[in-house]
Ligand binder design. Sequence first.
Ligand SMILES: CC(C)(COP(=O)(O)OP(=O)(O)OC[C@H]1O[C@@H](n2cnc3c(N)ncnc32)[C@H](O)[C@@H]1OP(=O)(O)O)[C@@H](O)C(=O)NCCC(=O)NCCS
Length: 212
Amino acid sequence: MEAEAPKAGHESVLKTKSRVSLSSVDKNNIGTLRKLLSVILPVVYTERFYADVLLADAEAYCKLIYCNDIPVGAVCSRIETDAGTKESKLYIMTMGILAPYRSLGLGSFAIKSLLETASTSTAKPRLSSLYLHVQISNSDAKRFYERNGFTEVGVVEDYYKKIEPKAAWLMRWENPPLPPGAATDSADKPTAKTDEKPAAKGQGKGKKGKGR
Ligand SMILES: CC(C)(COP(=O)(O)OP(=O)(O)OC[C@H]1O[C@@H](n2cnc3c(N)ncnc32)[C@H](O)[C@@H]1OP(=O)(O)O)[C@@H](O)C(=O)NCCC(=O)NCCS
């Protein structure tokens, strides 16, 4: 698939003159996603994860990130709908940038694009919030999300089963309420399970070489 042009306004977060773009993950480029995640994160994702990524309603929220047409990162999310309240949220399952391309603003660019899509989309149901888990040893990633408008709303003990520390911060971004009279319908899809989100491989600061 052709890489999409950046959305207006997001370029301001970039600290590189390189061309940065996003492209939806699809069956033709999912191999690239697999390769990127295997390099960036120390976990083999389940086939369920890759099936979730290819769901039609996830297309707007599962992106490969390109720098000068080279795939250098990815963000993958899924929509979860509470069967009782019908409230829909976006769960960011994974996010990562190859180490040499970190601290250039690419991650912020991708997250801002996701937030804009979530807050301007006319698709129903409307997403009430975005959330994700960050391993409590990964304070750099926490700071990254805080800079991009997320707030820590709690700690989930024993969130991770196979890596230490097991605890994770729960981070959330609230979608601003729509103006009165513009309410959308609720969803009718079932709630999905939450995947374990791993610590990053090579969590050093890429070009800056700062370890954690
Ligand atoms: C977290 C991550 C996606 C941010 O992407 P990015 O393109 O580097 O983000 P930006 O350039 O927009 O912002 C950089 C900021 O992110 C934060 N950050 C978090 N982890 C970082 C890392 N490993 N390297 C560099 N910056 C990191 C820093 O606060 C940094 O600010 P600084 O450049 O002033 O030091 C990326 O660093 C990464 O892939 N890290 C490893 C995987 C990971 O931890 N994923 C998140 C799991 S919840």
